[in-house]
Design a binder for this molecule. Structure first.
Ligand SMILES: [Zn+2]
Length: 256
């Protein structure tokens, strides 16, 4: 079984022993839209790791900063609070499945059997408590569902990497089959709004720009601004990539 990554990016610092796990945890935080924690992780990593690797996380650090500058609306604040509550008390909502099944079983035990000539009232007079249990558990199931609904409305939402508002999570790799509004933020309408470590890095951004993957002009102007502000880092990324591609080609082409 895969071990759970318990690294706390606020309390811990990257070290030789935990660097990989620290990086993996920070990427996971980023991909789940926890920009604040991800920013902390990326900043700590960029102090710790060597220069070549440091440039890798530049776009992500900038993305986190831009999102964190956005103001949260009241409903955004509510979603944030709900998700924090669900993180620790989400299991309470799951209880309703057990109480629901248990209630059903008690009801089922009371049901008569026509072939054997047993009626509901026969069963009931033998086990009157079964009906009480069935009803109590059914009411409990309903109340659990009703009570937890206040929090579970925030399930499956994520902060958009562009506008910072809570919106529906859509896998950034979900193909749109040419339909331009299939993978968009429900608030700002921009395409591919879910944070993703690969797509929001130099390589992913370059690919999206060259393709060009999205219809909105903002993407390209923002990316150009990023490349201008971090010209040195971008140039370094490009030269490393070119070197990699060259050595890859040499590997594949037979010697003449
Ligand atoms: Zn948005």
């Amino acid at each position: 079984m895969k071990k759970r990554n318990k690294i706390n990016v606020y309390r811990e610092d990257p070290s030789k022993d935990n660097a990989n796990a620290f990086f993996a945890k920070t990427i996971a935080l980023y991909n789940t839209g926890d920009y604040e924690a991800a920013l902390r992780g990326f900043e700590k990593l960029s102090e710790f790791i060597d220069t070549d690797l440091k440039i890798v996380v530049v776009p992500h650090i900038e993305k986190c900063k831009r999102v964190l500058e956005k103001k949260l609306s009241n409903s955004d604040k509510r979603h944030m609070k709900n998700q924090a509550i669900l993180k620790y008390f989400g299991w309470v909502d799951k209880l309703k499945y057990f109480t629901g099944i248990a209630s059903f079983i008690f009801f089922a035990l009371l049901t008569g059997d026509q072939e054997e000539g047993i009626t509901f009232s026969d069963n009931f007079s033998e086990h009157p408590s079964f009906l009480v249990w069935a009803i109590v558990l059914a009411v409990l199931t309903f109340l659990l569902h009703k009570f937890m609904k206040k929090f579970t409305v925030s399930e499956g939402l994520i902060r958009c990497k562009y506008c910072g508002k809570y919106t529906r999570y859509i896998n950034p790799n979900e193909p749109t089959y040419g339909f331009m509004d299939d993978n968009n933020c429900g608030k700002c309408g921009r395409m591919y709004h879910v944070p993703d470590f690969h797509w929001d890095g130099w390589e992913g951004l370059d690919y999206m720009e060259n393709r060009p993957s999205v219809p909105d002009e903002k993407f390209y102007s923002e990316y150009n601004k990023l490349k201008k502000n971090f010209a040195k880092e971008y140039a370094l990324f490009k030269s490393v990539k070119e070197k990699e591609e060259k050595s890859e080609q040499n590997k594949h082409s037979p010697e003449e």
